[in-house]
Write a protein that binds this ligand. Structure first.
Ligand SMILES: [Zn+2]
Length: 466
C-alpha cells in the first residue's frame, strides 16, 4: 500500500494519513512537492487539547514551532522526507513546555517510526550490511547504525540448565580473535556473546552473575579448551561437564588426514625423484630399469588415489561399502571400478593409514552405539587401542582422550529434561551466521554493536526499545 502511495505520480493522501493513523480532521496544512528527486511532504497538525506531562493540566496554549525533517522511507523507490512543523505547547499552570503528540517520530529521531521499523526489520538478516540498508532507505550508514544502537540493546539471558560454550573466529578485539558464544541448549537461544575466551575474562564475567543463578546450570558442553572446564568447575558448582562428540571426531579426523598426507607426500617424493632420473637418463639415451619403472608407476597411482579420493575415508556415502555398486572405467587406473574398489585401493596403500582409518571407524561406532552405562569401559578400550597403535598421531590422540575422559563419558548422558544427549552441532550452525555477520559488517570496530547485532539476528525475541 505504502509503495503505491509514493510511487504514484499524485500522492494518495488518505492512504498516507491512514498509515499514520491520522485522518483529514487532524491535519491543519499539508503540501506535497518534489525537490531534486525527493518527495517532500510538508505537514502541520491541528491544535488539540494536550495534557501537561508534569501536572496533567489541560492546555491548548501554543509556545512555538520547530520544523523537523524526517526521513520516511517505506519501500519507495524515491526518497521521501516529511517536513513536519512540530508544535510546542505550554502548560498554563506549571509553565512546562512540551511537543505535541505525533505519529511520525519518537523522541529526537531523524527517521519516521515506520522507517525505523523497516530498518530494524532489515537488519534481522545477517547478510544485510548497514551500508546496504542505508542505501535502500535513503539515509547514511551512520544513521542506520544510530537507529540500531538506539533501539536494540539486548541484555544477557538467564543462565540455562544446559549451557553450551563455543567460539568462533570472528571479531578482532584487543586481546582475542575469538568470539565466545553461550547458548541455551534447550530453547536454542543465545544467552550472550563474549569478546574473549580467556580465563580472566570468563571468570570476571561469570563472577558478576549471582551464585544462585549459576547454581541452576546443570550441564555444560564445550570443545576441548581447558579454560572452559576450569571456569565451569569454579563457576557452576552443580554442573556436569561434557565434551562434545563433534570436537572429538574432528580432532580424530585431523589425525587420520595427517597420516594420509604423509603417505601422499612419500609417494610424491618417489614419483618426483624417479621422473627426474628418467629425464636425466633420456638425455644420454638410456631408460629407467624395469624395477624403477614399476616403482614410478605405483607411486603415481598411489599419489593420485590419496589426493583425489581422500573423501572415501570419511564419507558416509553407502556406495563406498557396496561392492556391487556399478563399476565405471577409470582412465588413470586403467580398469573398471566403483567406490568400494577405490576404498580398498586407498586403504591398501599404507598400513598406517589402514590402521588409522580402522580406529577412526571404531570411534564413530562408539559414538553411534554405546550407552552411558558402557561408555567408560568402551572408551578405555579405545584409549588402549590408540596408545598401542603404530601411528604417532593416534598415540597423541589417546592422550587427548585421557585428558578429557570423564567429559567424554558424560557426553553419553541423556539429559532428563530434554530426554536426549547434548551436542554442539546446533551451535556450529549459529557460528556460520556469526561469520556471515562479520563478513557483512566489513569488520566491526564496535564490540557492543556487534554483540547486539548477533543477539538480535540470531534470537527472534529481542525487543525493540522505543
Ligand atoms: Zn503543568
Amino acid at each position: 500500500m505504502a509503495d503505491s502511495v509514493f510511487s504514484a505520480p499524485s500522492l494518495q493522501l488518505n492512504d498516507f494519513l491512514a498509515a499514520f493513523g491520522l485522518d483529514r480532521a487532524d491535519i491543519k496544512a499539508i503540501d506535497i512537492s518534489q525537490d531534486s528527486g525527493s518527495l517532500i511532504i510538508f505537514l502541520e497538525l491541528n491544535i488539540k487539547e494536550h495534557r501537561c506531562p508534569i501536572c496533567h493540566s489541560p492546555t491548548t496554549k501554543v509556545k512555538g514551532y520547530q520544523l523537523k525533517k524526517i526521513i520516511h522511507s517505506v519501500l519507495n523507490p524515491t526518497p521521501c522526507l516529511i517536513h513536519y512543523r512540530a508544535r510546542r505547547y505550554v502548560c498554563p499552570v506549571c509553565a512546562k513546555t512540551f511537543y505535541e503528540n505525533n505519529p511520525f517520530i519518537s523522541g529526537n529521531s531523524k527517521a519516521s517510526v515506520a522507517t525505523v521499523y523497516n530498518v530494524l526489520n532489515e537488519l534481522k538478516r545477517p547478510e544485510a550490511t548497514f551500508r546496504y540498508v542505508a542505501e535502500k532507505y535513503h539515509m547514511s550508514a551512520s544513521s542506520v547504525a544510530n537507529i540500531f544502537d538506539k533501539h536494540i540493546c539486548p541484555s544477557r539471558r538467564k543462565l540455562p540448565e544446559c549451557l553450551c560454550f563455543d567460539e568462533t573466529y570472528a571479531f578482532k578485539s584487543r586481546d582475542s580473535d575469538y568470539v565466545c558464544v553461550l547458548l541455551d541448549y534447550t530453547d536454542k537461544k543465545i544467552v550472550d556473546v563474549l569478546p574473549s575466551r580467556r580465563i580472566r575474562y570468563l571468570m570476571d564475567y561469570f563472577y558478576k552473575i549471582p551464585l544462585k543463578e549459576r547454581k541452576n546450570v546443570k550441564y555444560v558442553s564445550f570443545d576441548m579448551w581447558k579454560t572452559y572446564r576450569e571456569v565451569s568447575r569454579v563457576m557452576f558448582p552443580n554442573c556436569v561437564c561434557i565434551v562434545d562428540k563433534f570436537h572429538v571426531l574432528q580432532e580424530l579426523s585431523r589425525k587420520v588426514t595427517r597420516v594420509r598426507i604423509d603417505a601422499m607426500n612419500r609417494n610424491k617424493k618417489v614419483k618426483d625423484e624417479l621422473t627426474r632420473k628418467r629425464k636425466q637418463l633420456k638425455q644420454v639415451h638410456e631408460i629407467l630399469s624395469p624395477e624403477d619403472e614399476g616403482s614410478l608407476h605405483i607411486a603415481e597411482l598411489n599419489y593420485y588415489l590419496l589426493k583425489k579420493f581422500d573423501f572415501v575415508l570419511f564419507s558416509n556415502d553407502p556406495r563406498i561399502s557396496d561392492p556391487n555398486d556399478k563399476k565405471r572405467f577409470n582412465r588413470v587406473l586403467n580398469r573398471y571400478c566403483n567406490l568400494n574398489d577405490i576404498y580398498d585401493l586407498v586403504i591398501g596403500i599404507d598400513p598406517q593409514l589402514k590402521e588409522a582409518v580402522e580406529i577412526k571407524d571404531i570411534v564413530h561406532l562408539f559414538y553411534k552405539n554405546t550407552e552411558y552405562a558402557n561408555a567408560k569401559e568402551d572408551l578405555e578400550d579405545i584409549i588402549i587401542l590408540c596408545r598401542t597403535s603404530n601411528v604417532k598421531g593416534l598415540q597423541d590422540f589417546s592422550n587427548t582422550l585421557c585428558a578429557w575422559k570423564q567429559e567424554i563419558i558424560n557426553s553419553f548422558l541423556k539429559i532428563p529434561s530434554i530426554n536426549r544427549k547434548m551436542n554442539n552441532a546446533l551451535i556450529e550452525n549459529r557460528n556460520k551466521s556469526i561469520k556471515l555477520l562479520k563478513h557483512s559488517s566489513n569488520g566491526y570496530t564496535n564490540w557492543n554493536r556487534f554483540r547486539a547485532r548477533v543477539l538480535y539476528t540470531l534470537n527472534d525475541d529481542i525487543p525493540m526499545r522505543s
